[in-house]
Design a binder for this molecule. Structure first.
Ligand code: ADP
Ligand code: CDP
Length: 237
């Protein structure tokens, strides 16, 4: 069972995906964390993130390792725990530029497909291009949306500066979030986009619990469809 959950920042992808995976006993992959980890590695290793060629040349250098336990998500770059540093404002500000470089996307997409292929019992993969590009054959595709105001309000309490202080400026958070959406949606390589066969869920007026319940129901229905379809496929072979 492969579940793809895409959408812009602050729509609830990570919280929903982790909870759904934990509830249904599936693995979990946060692909945004992988793009953040490679960005953090580049910033830490003197790669000029305003130079596309420099980013492309460094794309296959770091080893990026993701944990797939939804109760203990883990991410490392060259063996260093990246979970904390990837959430800083510095990384958030640079990640769209790094993730737009085709060599970075090819590298990270390969990693994502390998992880999904190895997840025996099924996996929930969240990101921007999972349903359109990474796993177009997913059994269920969900595209989460929410108003920019709701997304900024959700995010403003979480963001941290490089010194670890909270960022509380709501207007600035909304502006940064909108700029990142624009960059992610307009890049040439695998932009943020709803897959044609994805189910769109607007989470603006929903609690996180309601979104989780909705996605669990969608996964259960997709699993039942898959179970019904498989004996037919077997017989046709
Ligand atoms: N439906 C919701 N209502 C209120 N808060 C939410 C909802 N969904 C997520 N959140 C909160 O919003 C923040 C961002 O959610 P997250 O899952 O990280 O979004 P994304 O992965 O899409 O960026 C988190 O603090 C989360 O708890
Ligand atoms: N499948 C993906 C996932 C993330 N990304 C990039 O990684 C960035 C960070 O993703 P994220 O999911 O951690 O972002 P948030 O929604 O958590 O803020 C995005 O803004 C994209 O630039 C991507 O290009 N493709």
């Amino acid at each position: 069972m492969i579940v793809a959950i895409d959408g812009p920042s602050g729509t609830g992808k990570s919280s929903t995906s982790k909870a759904v995976a934990a509830q249904l006993g599936l693995s979990y992959l946060d692909t945004g964390a992988q793009y953040r980890a490679i960005t953090w590695w580049m910033l830490s290793n003197g790669v000029d993130v305003s130079d596309q060629e420099a980013i492309a040349a460094a794309a296959d250098k770091p080893s990026i390792v993701s944990g797939t336990d939804p109760r203990q998500p883990a991410i490392s770059a060259d063996g260093l725990d990246a979970a904390g540093p990837i959430r800083t404002q510095e990384v958030t500000a640079a990640v769209s530029a790094v993730s737009a470089v085709p060599e970075v996307r090819t590298r990270i997409t390969e990693l994502q497909r390998a992880i999904a292929a190895e997840a025996g019992g099924g996996i929930v993969v969240e990101g921007r291009d999972i349903g359109t590009t990474v796993l177009p054959g997913a059994d269920l595709k969900v595209f989460l949306t929410a108003s920019p105001e709701a997304r900024a309000a959700r995010r403003s309490g979480e963001l941290k500066t490089t010194e670890g202080k909270p960022v509380t400026d709501l207007a600035a958070t909304q502006q940064a979030l909108t700029a990142r959406d624009k960059a992610d949606s307009s890049r040439k390589a695998s932009p943020l986009k709803k897959a044609e066969d994805a189910v769109e869920v607007d989470t603006t007026e929903l609690t996180l619990e309601q979104v989780i319940e909705c996605v669990v129901t969608l996964v259960e229905k997709a699993a039942a469809r898959k179970a019904e379809a498989e004996p037919v496929e077997e017989a046709a072979r």
